[in-house]
Unconditional design. Structure first.
Length: 561
């Protein structure tokens, strides 16, 4: 069993178990999922959602949904609504605990005043470049600001003037007074507040100063009485600052715990890169099925339960690594195999005319909806004189071990008849139609005399077929780690064949009754779903995953998980 399949008690749950033993938080377990409303969620966020809400559920605790909306320049209501929809679609409920950092802006301002009064914060007149330059480097200590020793009274007056809109953007900031020679760069007098004249999506123009994330995050956790503040590894070096703020303010202190973020092969997870792909029309919006966004995965046909299962199986680690996208597809395939109804669809149609079948006759064949679900029932599928099969199910000059249809050869049609090819009609040397006969004694797909055929193929009645556009997807990038190539633009590795659209595919009529986003299997082809672009006049279908399981091949090769 590979690492990616191990399901065990991870280090976060071990910490929580120990805290419960020692009654550290009076037996409480209280988490939160704290997205910034400045973009659309992706599979990495799904991991955090499943972790935080999952832990709360396991320990009979609570989990808040809280938006860290501290930067009005990049944030907006569009992202808030999208995130709420995504978390709910994944199957989680925060009940009445929907919060925003902006709910606490007044309290954060008050705490900043307290920090100034304690001599632990000051107003700095340096610009952003000067502050950055004077912070030093990892190997070189920073320099104190010339404004660091302002009196408490002057700092209080200036900070209030900042709040009262008396300065321009960037003219002044409020900084914590810690240690400019500290080995942790985050502790070198970090900025707490900056001036931003921007309309906030909730508070409008009430504020012209906004808290920095490091200042706001810990205070939010404290106000909400979070017990375990779970975040990704890039915040590990911020933890001393998180603790310093709460200690100096002398307020309730949660425990920050970091875990490795999710990286998925053959895609990018950076907000900047995803935004670039969308804004430059390289993909068709945030819900493009080739993207790792939750919206994209929903549109592609991934089920919430399969994503939750994937997040559970990959586990929680302390070291960043790349998870094979094949394993995500494996989890999707496992789930849909149990739940998705089966239909017949011909993606590359080849017409067959059955000589010994009545012109006007239409029979209805009993076909099982899902052989993996004994309660799925059966449906009636129309069969007629002319049908479609897949082009690659016929070969005029068959190669060795080709057991599908060929001149003089015989196959079984799914739940219908044995079919034999008698003649081939061609135009310009291209096969256009097959003339065949059926064995009427084999109705239902079985021969009463026990005669065997080596292949069973699917079909669709020509008289009853509905047309559909089918979108086939492959990897968005041609290499596993497109963002990890130093000195090269990740866009150089875009796959020009990541989307192929097949027009006028022939689909059995039952598919027309499905709703947008419904998932199903096309027999022998893979899993698909109804795209929201579908209209009464145009059925659009997205490929979800192939039937072929690439993950099993990866395991056999012994590639790292």
């Amino acid at each position: 069993m590979t690492n990616v399949e191990k399901i065990s008690s991870d280090f976060i749950r071990i910490i929580i178990n120990e805290d419960l033993k020692t009654n550290k938080y009076n037996g409480r377990v209280y988490t939160r999922f704290p997205p910034e409303p400045n973009g659309y969620l992706h599979i990495g966020h799904a991991k955090s959602i499943c972790l935080n809400f999952g832990i709360a559920e396991e320990y009979n605790g609570k989990c808040n949904l809280r938006f860290d909306d501290t930067n009005p320049i990049k944030e907006g209501e569009e992202y808030v609504k999208s995130i709420i929809d995504d978390v709910r679609w994944l199957g989680f409920d925060w009940e009445d605990r929907l919060f925003f950092a902006s709910d606490y802006f007044s309290k954060m301002y008050s705490y900043a005043v307290d920090l100034i009064k304690a001599g632990k914060a000051y107003v700095d007149d340096q610009n952003a470049y000067e502050i950055s330059y004077n912070r030093g480097t990892v190997n070189k200590p920073g320099k104190n600001s010339p404004y660091r020793d302002r009196s408490v009274e002057e700092n209080l007056e200036l900070f209030e003037s900042m709040k009262n809109d008396e300065f321009k953007d960037g003219e002044k900031v409020l900084r914590a007074k810690i240690d400019n020679s500290h080995p942790n760069m985050n502790m070198r007098d970090p900025v707490i507040y900056r001036i931003l004249h921007a309309i906030h999506h909730r508070t409008k123009d009430k504020w012209c100063i906004y808290p920095m994330y490091d200042w706001a995050h810990g205070i939010e956790d404290s106000i909400e009485k979070i017990t375990h503040s779970i975040c990704t590894l890039e915040f590990e070096n911020h933890r001393p600052l998180y603790d310093w703020f709460l200690k100096e303010l002398n307020i309730y202190r949660p425990q920050q715990i970091e875990f490795a973020r999710l990286n998925l092969t053959y895609t990018v997870m950076s907000k900047r890169m995803l935004l670039e792909l969308v804004n430059n029309d390289i993909v068709n919006g945030w819900d493009d099925p080739r993207l790792p966004t939750i919206k994209g995965m929903k549109r592609r046909g991934f089920s919430p339960s399969s994503i939750r299962d994937f997040c559970r199986r990959i586990g929680i680690a302390k070291v960043n690594s790349n998870i094979p996208i094949e394993f995500l597809e494996y989890c999707v395939r496992e789930d849909l195999n149990k739940t998705a109804p089966r239909f017949m669809g011909i993606l590359n149609p080849l017409k067959i005319t059955i000589e010994n079948y009545s012109n006007d006759l239409i029979e209805y064949m009993d076909v099982i909806n899902n052989p993996e679900d004994p309660n799925s029932g059966i449906r009636k599928v129309p069969f007629s004189k002319s049908i479609y099969i897949e082009q690659d199910d016929f070969m005029e000059n068959p190669i060795k071990k080709f057991y599908r249809l060929s001149p003089g050869g015989e196959v079984r049609l799914v739940n219908a008849y044995f079919l034999k090819c008698n003649d081939v009609i061609k135009e310009d040397d291209i096969v256009k139609e097959l003339i065949c006969t059926i064995d009427h004694d084999t109705k239902g797909g079985n021969s009463p005399d026990g005669r065997k055929v080596k292949s069973t193929i699917h079909w669709v009645s020509l008289k009853n077929a509905i047309n559909a556009d089918v979108r086939l997807y492959s990897r968005l990038f041609t290499i596993e780690n497109p963002s990890g190539k130093k000195g090269q633009d990740y866009k150089e590795f875009l796959n020009p064949n990541s989307l192929k659209i097949l027009k006028n595919c022939k689909i059995e009529p039952a598919v027309s009754k499905l709703k947008k986003f419904d998932r199903f299997q096309f027999l022998r082809k893979g899993y698909f779903c109804i795209d929201p672009d579908t209209t009464d006049k145009n059925l659009v279908i997205n490929q979800t995953v192939e039937l072929r399981d690439r993950w099993l091949k990866i395991k056999k090769k012994g590639e790292p998980s």
